[in-house]
Design a binder for this molecule. Structure first.
Ligand code: BGP
Length: 467
């Protein structure tokens, strides 16, 4: 018998900027990514999401493929500037209609929509006019956006996630400078991140006040950190990494507060986050209904006496990734015994069981959805067929790892591989593929099912028994 519950949501995920294209169609405003990706030197070979998979124009064809795959649920995100071209104020009805039609199309096939409100594409107007996430004004703007989503889609969408991977868009946006707005300042990063938690709490509060039927959660990446040796220094460095990367992002939404020790450290050293009156109560009173976990890899951690910097492998040249970290605190190092992808991400399925069980241990038996998991690879094409066997192997092992956590008692309710279709990888271009469906860039973006498509179809129809 399958370890997966009868109503387990087998799904797949995408995000607006990475899949939709149509970046200026039908009254959409520009997002921060529309602007940033056009600046020289920001992305791999200057790739951008202007056209992407053109899902905006082809969503019916794509949803038909989802239905053929047997998907029970589809996780997508809404582009805020498609609905509010300036981030607030005037609503773009054509944008509202696009997601309304998408939701109807999904429901027509019995596919449960999971809607992510913010997967990194901020209206550029909010960056220019108020300073984006650094301004408290954004909290009201986000709440207004959330309210519109509840009003227009609340009758049909039952699964809601406010934010995707806050660590990435605030960390890369304000600390390492690799995402928009390209700032490198820990103090500004921590305060921007605080505004995200408050915007989240406000959106949850409004959701409940408006009586929207369904569940609302938050999506985080989880990279379990393990010390590279058992030495006291490495273990201590690893505990700090776990607090910074994991507890800082999960505690506020699942416990309604920051981890106390780290909060004291940040406030003493940098004077942030600054709380406004009411912030602490708002966080405390608006704990999530569920948590979405994105899992790709784990990180090995060592004490750090030398490395200060963040150079990533964005080319897919295996081994070109460098050690990265903060001098004096910790660094991320390579596991000499590990299996790695071409982008130097460790393939470690047991880490997914660990990730789930670490959440279970710290926060109790909270409902969990695996909202992303997948292998980025340059897929081989043989006689016109996309033979992505490594993806099948990766997903099989990770589905098994999810099953292990369920056996251990975790309440995992769904699994959404990243990604349904090939799409733009933010910094790595189109050559880092994740999809079950291939996009032929040479042939008018024609869709083609990969080997993994037929495989995942069986996984779903057997409720995870046939792997
Ligand atoms: C997550 C993001 C996704 C997706 C994925 C793969 O962090 O939520 O949007 O991009 O990672 O990452 P990448 O595209 O960098 O390989």
């Amino acid at each position: 018998m399958s370890v997966f519950p009868k109503d387990f949501l087998w799904g797949a995920a995408t995000a607006s900027y990475q899949v939709e294209g149509a970046h200026d169609a039908d009254g959409k405003g520009l997002s921060n990514w529309d602007v940033y990706s056009h600046l020289p030197g920001t992305t791999y070979m200057g790739t951008n999401g202007d056209v992407a998979a053109d899902h905006y124009h082809r969503f019916k064809e794509d949803v038909a493929l989802m239905a053929e795959l047997g998907m029970k649920s589809y996780r997508f995100s809404v582009s805020w500037p498609r609905l509010f071209p300036k981030g607030r104020g005037e609503v773009n009805e054509a944008g509202v209609k696009f997601y309304s039609d998408l939701i109807d199309e999904l429901l027509k096939y019995g596919i449960e929509p999971m809607l992510t409100m913010y997967h990194w594409d901020l209206p550029q107007a909010l960056q220019d006019e108020i300073g984006g996430w650094e301004s408290r004004e954004i909290i009201d703007a986000f709440e207004g956006y959330a309210r519109l989503l509840y009003e227009r889609y609340g009758d049909r969408v039952k699964l809601w996630a406010t934010f995707n991977e806050t660590i990435v868009f605030t960390g890369l946006g304000y600390l390492t400078g690799m995402h928009p707005p390209g700032v490198k300042d820990p103090k500004r990063a921590i305060q921007a991140c605080h505004h995200v938690f408050i915007a989240h709490a406000r959106a949850v509060e409004t959701f409940r006040k408006m009586g929207v039927q369904g569940q609302i959660g938050f999506v985080n990446v989880l990279q379990p950190n393990d010390p590279i040796t058992n030495s006291a220094e490495d273990v201590k460095a690893c505990e700090l990494a776990e607090a910074c990367f994991t507890h800082w992002f999960y505690d506020p939404v699942l416990k309604g507060e920051y981890p106390a020790e780290l909060l004291a450290m940040a406030q003493t050293a940098l004077g942030v986050p600054v709380f406004a009156p009411g912030d602490a109560e708002l966080m405390k009173n608006n704990i999530c209904d569920f948590i979405g976990v994105n899992y790709y890899k784990r990180e090995m951690i060592a004490a750090n006496y030398d490395v200060d910097g963040f150079e990533m492998n964005t080319s897919g040249q295996k081994g070109s990734g460098k050690e990265l970290g903060w001098k004096g605190l910790f660094k991320l190092v390579r596991n000499p015994n590990g299996r790695y992808t071409d982008w130097d991400w460790e393939i470690y399925p047991e880490g997914l069981t660990d990730a789930i069980m670490r959440i279970n241990k710290r926060y109790g038996n909270v409902p969990i959805y695996i909202t992303e998991n997948g292998l980025g690879a340059k897929d081989p094409i043989v006689n016109g067929e996309v033979l992505d066997q490594p993806r099948i192997d990766y997903l099989r092992e990770h589905i098994q790892a999810t099953g292990e956590a369920i056996k251990l008692g975790a309440d995992v309710r769904g699994y959404y591989p990243w990604s349904f279709i090939d799409l733009l990888s933010w910094l790595n271009g189109y050559q880092k593929q994740y999809g079950f469906v291939y996009i032929d860039q040479e042939n008018n973006l024609a869709r083609k099912k990969k080997l993994s498509f037929g495989w995942y179809q069986k996984v779903i129809s057997s409720n995870g028994e046939e792997l």
